[in-house]
Design a protein around this ligand. Structure first.
Ligand SMILES: Nc1nc2c(c(=O)[nH]1)N[C@H]1C(S)=C(S)[C@@H](COP(=O)(O)O)O[C@H]1N2
Ligand SMILES: [Mo]
Length: 370
């Protein structure tokens, strides 16, 4: 949207002095938010997110890697342990795939009561074209031996979380690890991985929430039991309190997001737009599943209309949607929700969990039309 007459005029959108206490963020949440940037939602206009605008999550520090010393070690219950340099890995069969990645905590800041952690609204999302080699090829070459149950992927980053000193580690069962789309990637959008995205090598598990795609990967170990590391057994669980074990967070749930239409108020991000025919657009994804339907509401969820689905960027990436709206003057709350190919639909009200995971509540956007 462009203004016909860009002359400034006085226009007061909701008053920021009337914020409630629940809207105030803690110093540590702000600190996390500054390290872990989100993707500005208007950037959904690009099918592939420019690298500098892809979201980021870094639990500890970005590790300092000496590429001359660096090797990927593959060991444990294998018949042939491997030690591979980046050049060795690049010589293997290569594949490039667009993948939509989302943080499992996306939407967390919208919970009430709010959960203290990286305070995403809806911007923990991005789609990149990743280049690497299939994980299965490496595992086949190493040769899993009898009794292999889990594969443990370790990053070079270390820190303390939940009072546990640890390296960032996640595990995966054998069947998932052997899926065709699982990759070890060394390029993002045609360039070597940037330090913040896992240089020199990361795991990429399309369809899974982002935490599973271990960055700065330097060790793959095949083990004979269920790995119980912190990022599996304690963190990334759906629980109602910190005591119960709960269920593991795994695949990405269905979600659609809207490019906020019109123009924003700097402080509140509330939108302003002119009356008449407007096209609302955005993207929708469902991890491993497809998106079967996207619906838009212009009356705060009272009624829903079906949007037009556009092309899907790849099997594991988002697809565009659009919806023509005849905007009438006044205040409106716009909303969008998607349904996946297994008929899971995004909730209107968020169910709450103690770590603020998998929150795929339908997005709401306040708009003043004049
Ligand atoms: N080694 C390591 N891998 C990691 C993380 C991390 O902190 N350390 N963060 C995870 C989380 S929670 C997410 S959502 C994704 C984010 O990947 P990105 O920063 O490239 O978008 O990386 C995952 N892999
Ligand atoms: Mo994440």
């Amino acid at each position: 949207m462009t203004l016909d007459n860009p002359t400034s005029r006085f226009l007061k959108l909701p008053d920021t002095s009337e914020r409630e206490a629940t809207d105030l963020f803690h110093r540590e949440e702000v600190q996390l938010a500054l390290r872990n940037r989100g993707m500005p939602l208007e950037i959904m206009r690009y099918p592939v997110t420019p690298t500098g605008m892809h979201y980021l999550v870094i639990h500890f520090d970005i590790p300092d890697i000496d590429i001359d010393q660096w090797k990927l070690q593959v060991g444990g219950l294998v018949s042939q342990p491997l030690s591979l340099s980046l050049d060795d890995i690049k010589k293997r069969p290569a594949r490039t795939m667009a993948v939509t990645m989302e943080c499992a905590g996306n939407g967390r800041a919208l919970l009430n009561p709010r959960v203290f952690s990286q305070p995403w609204f809806n911007e923990g999302i991005g789609t990149a074209e990743w280049t690497g080699t299939p994980l299965k090829g490496i595992l086949d070459e190493a040769g899993l031996t009898d009794g292999a149950v889990n594969i443990v992927f370790s990053g070079a980053d270390q820190g303390i979380q939940g009072e546990v000193l640890q390296v960032y580690q996640r595990s995966l069962n054998i069947a998932e690890s052997m899926r065709e789309e699982m990759m070890l990637v060394y390029e993002m959008n045609g360039q070597p991985l940037q330090p913040q995205h896992g240089y020199p090598l990361r795991l990429l598990l399309p369809g899974w929430y982002g935490m599973a795609s271990v960055k700065w990967l330097d060790k793959i170990e095949v083990v004979g039991d269920q790995f119980q590391g912190y990022q599996m057994a304690k963190s990334y669980r759906y629980t109602q309190d910190t005591e119960e074990p709960g269920e593991p967070v795994t695949l990405i749930r269905v979600r659609a997001l809207m490019i906020p239409p019109g123009i924003p108020d700097t402080m509140t991000r509330v939108r302003w737009m002119t009356a008449g025919q407007q096209t609302l657009t955005g993207r929708a994804w469902a991890g491993r599943l497809g998106v079967s339907r996207v619906e838009v509401s212009v009356d705060d969820g009272s009624t829903w209309s079906v949007a037009t689905l556009g092309e899907q960027v790849s099997t594991f990436a988002w697809r565009e949607w659009s919806f023509d709206w005849n905007a009438v003057p006044g205040w409106h709350t716009l909303s969008v929700r998607a349904t996946d190919t297994e008929e899971n639909v995004q909730p209107i009200e968020q169910f709450w969990n103690a770590q603020g995971m998998g929150n795929n509540m339908a997005q709401r956007v306040r708009v003043l039309v004049e």
